[in-house]
Write a protein that binds this ligand. Structure first.
Ligand SMILES: Cc1ncc(COP(=O)(O)O)c(C=O)c1O
Length: 471
């Protein structure tokens, strides 16, 4: 297989380049016919298990279609740039520019280098999701957008298990925007917000509310334990209008008892805002247990691209929002809720992120929340075994751990920066601790389109790196 194409820069993104005849690079490893199955056959013969690690060089639109259908990780067209790019190639060059393009994009330092992201979102996304973002241009005041908008809302409601009477605010912005819009709408003037704080994101809810001019009180708890429900229950007083809490504290991978807290708040006739940014789509959440505003973003457990976020609002939450004079023009929750009926967003939405979310939700719905949770549990079992084998200590006790994040104490004498750098060199991105935990822990998350083999390779890489650093 000493062919010119096989010698084109190969790296973690693309391990092998194939070409349809007539090959644009002389002596290339050629695929027999313009047929997706021919790509699979050639790749199997070459010992590559994952078609996303295969790049295909094409000279005709039929080749481009066949390579795309096979799911090749890269489809590079050589020849008439216009015709071939229109057929769906990732790039089109003339034969003189081929080697340079491949090196720049797919080589070890290339822009398409595939790092295995083990940070808690944004995670790896499927090719279908990425392609959706690069699809047809649409205008947000035309039928195509209205169809997309309505489809996304219907899919979100199905995933959440709620009916049409739960309106959705679909925002363009990160999860923090959804949190701020929800908090601003949940508390009437002259009343108070009670915030649960046992991690960085609880702190952020409190700070967001304060900066929005909301009178805020908080209940604090240790960062490694679920909040004590009786402590929160005791804090309800007549002036408290809403409770805000983080379901899954991404700071540590800790789950708070969302159902119990929402029920306590409902008994006190208080609206509940739940930041489910790192839990919705995977963890169990019964929205009709008393949750009124549930916030989430597109790029964590939903496996979409970053840029979209949303708030699911109960009928009682909706009535509350309508009774509060908007305190922000851009984060006025009701303006976004109005669009639930009209599919006419108040501002230009992040169209690529929404198109990608639409496709990501298909996969989430096909798997179902419990199915995805089971898949994440298998991934976390690989993490847990690797952590134990390495003799490392987890920060959060097993019963309180989520299905997506593990917080691990750094071994003595090894800083996060050094561990990160060594693992990154092997193709894995791990995440630092936050706040007071910054110098004590590292975090690994299994959100996104990961394969068990990615995690097994990570487990082996962790062992190798620790052995090197501890030698
Ligand atoms: C629980 C939680 N809340 C809020 C946020 C903030 O989300 P974003 O960075 O999308 O604004 C995050 C991000 O990691 C999170 O995990």
């Amino acid at each position: 297989m000493t062919t010119r194409v096989a010698e084109l820069a190969a790296g973690p993104a693309i391990e092998l380049w194939l070409a349809f005849p007539p090959s644009p690079a002389p002596g290339a490893l050629e695929v027999a016919a313009a047929d997706p199955f021919a790509v699979f056959d050639a790749m199997r013969e070459a010992g590559i298990a994952d078609v996303r690690r295969v790049g295909v060089l094409c000279t005709t639109p039929e080749h481009v279609t066949a390579a795309r259908r096979a799911g090749a990780g890269a489809v590079v067209a050589v020849g008439d740039a216009h015709e071939l790019a229109a057929a769906g190639a990732d790039a089109a060059v003339d034969s003189g520019g081929l080697e340079q393009l491949v090196a720049e994009r797919y080589g070890p330092e290339g822009s398409q280098r595939r790092l295995v992201l083990l940070n808690p979102g944004p995670g790896l996304t499927s090719d279908a999701v990425k392609r959706a973002a690069g699809g047809a241009d649409i205008c947000h005041r035309e039928l195509e957008y209205r169809t997309l908008d309505r489809r996304i809302r219907a899919k979100l409601r199905r995933l959440a298990g709620v009916h049409e009477h739960w309106p959705i605010a679909l925002l363009s912005g990160s999860g923090t925007a959804a949190n701020e819009a929800a908090l601003r709408a949940a508390v009437r003037p002259g009343r108070q917000l009670l915030v649960v704080v046992n991690g960085v994101y609880g702190e952020r809810l409190r700070e967001t509310a304060r900066r929005a001019g909301i009178d805020t009180i908080s209940i604090e708890g240790p960062w490694t334990e679920p909040i004590d429900v009786s402590q929160v229950a005791a804090a309800f007083a007549p002036g408290v209008d809403a409770l805000a809490l983080v379901h899954h504290e991404t700071t540590t991978g800790l789950l708070n008892p969302v159902a119990e807290l929402a029920r306590v708040a409902a008994r006190a006739d208080t609206r509940t805002v739940v930041d489910a940014i790192s839990s919705f789509g995977v963890e169990e959440i019964a929205l009709d247990d008393g949750i009124d505003f549930l916030t989430c973003s597109s790029n964590k457990c939903l496996h979409g691209l970053a840029g979209a976020s949303f708030v699911l609002v109960s009928p009682a939450g909706s009535r509350r929002a309508r009774s509060v004079e908007p305190s922000s023009a851009t984060l006025d929750l009701c303006a976004y809720l109005d669009a639930d009926a009209t599919a006419a967003p108040p501002f230009t939405p992040a169209l690529p992120a929404l198109a990608a979310l639409d496709v990501a939700l298909d996969r989430a719905l096909a798997e179902g929340v419990s199915g995805r949770r089971a898949r994440y549990a298998e991934r976390c079992a690989i993490f847990d075994a690797a952590i134990e084998r390495a003799g490392l200590e987890q920060l959060v006790a097993a019963p309180a751990r989520s299905h997506s994040i593990r917080s691990v104490r750094l071994p003595g004498g090894i800083s996060f920066a050094v561990l990160h750098e060594h693992l990154r060199a092997l193709g894995f991105v791990v995440y630092a601790g936050q706040g007071e935990l910054a110098s004590e822990i590292f975090r690994i998350a299994c959100m996104g389109e990961l394969e068990p083999s990615d995690l097994e390779r990570f487990a082996a890489a962790l062992e190798t790196v620790l052995a090197e650093l501890q030698a």
